[in-house]
Design a protein around this ligand. Sequence first.
Ligand code: PLP
Length: 383
Amino acid sequence: MTGTGSRDNTPKELMADPAETATLTIDFDALAANYRQLRDLAAPAECGAVVKADAYGLGMAQAAPALSKAGCRTFFVATLGEAKSLRSLLPDAVIYVFGGLLPGSAEAFRASHLRPVLNSAEEIQEWADFCSRAGDKLPCAVHIDSGMNRLGLSSTDIDALANSDIWSALTLSLVMSHLACADDPSHAKNAEQRAIFETLRAKLPDAPTSLANSAGILLGPDFAYDLVRPGIALYGGHPQRRGANPFASVVTLKGRILQVRDAEAGETVGYGATRTLQRPTRVAVVSVGYADGIFRALSSRDGEDGLVVHLGPHAAPILGRVSMDLIAVDVTDIPPDLSARGEWVELIGPKTSAHDFAVHAGTIDYEVLTNLGRRASRHYIGG
Ligand SMILES: *Cc1c(COP(=O)(O)O)cnc(C)c1O
């Protein structure tokens, strides 16, 4: 870990590196603060952490130890491969794998002390058989489908298993389900899924329960059960579609001005000549593009504004199409010392949140974070 822990996400010594063209700064103080906020919201439930997809693109190797240091003991990933990497980072953590078992994968779970989230009667049978052969009642979670129709046992599956002796072969350490509409607190499906979860889990052996992701935690204490599973809120995303984001910004993405040019009214900017300048314009060409996660949908064309980025405190819009390695920004109204060749431009950060960025691109915070790419140099600060 480098840096000073400064609240300005761009330590001076880092910005001074003459070779860097883009930086992705990840603030572990903000990550830890978000973890503590979620833990306090969910208490007395335990607060786990979802670190799938390389901790939503931020780097599991760095984020998972930081969350562990903040007090997190239970982690969730999507795949066995992710779980094995996580095990080498955190020898003592409880690790659940949402994707569950594939035929023949049980031994790999046992070898690394991983817990599968069993999503079907078939998987439960495989785990029970494996445990019997191993002579060990190994822990696992069972996922109930409460109305999302993605992974998990149906009510028919549960009725068939309810009084089976299969449960004596294994240790049921968690019964969980997943909410489909928690990002909308007024959605009727939240209470419906909760009621179905209550009914179905009562038919299974007694075990700790879990229902809430980040947005589910914000639905209140009725949704917290014994263990909550936040992901996006830890990383500074906005779990809900409305209102202010209660969580701290973790990620700052900056690009660098490679060239500044003066163009006349009537000229066009970028591929496809989609944007015609309405006034004499100073155009800054900045060293980031869609390969760095600046979605092409953030382009501007005639009659439609692009994303607004920041140079110091000043806002400036993208001009024309986003290309792979470059964007053009209108810096006509920006003080020259902040918009000269070599100066830095904030694309995502405290001023342009990942959420605003996502809304502008017609997507969600999750897709923004998991698409940040590997080209920007990464700086982990705080923690
Ligand atoms: C990804 C995931 C989570 C975390 O969701 P967030 O919305 O990022 O908080 C929780 N539970 C399950 C089953 C998931 O797949």
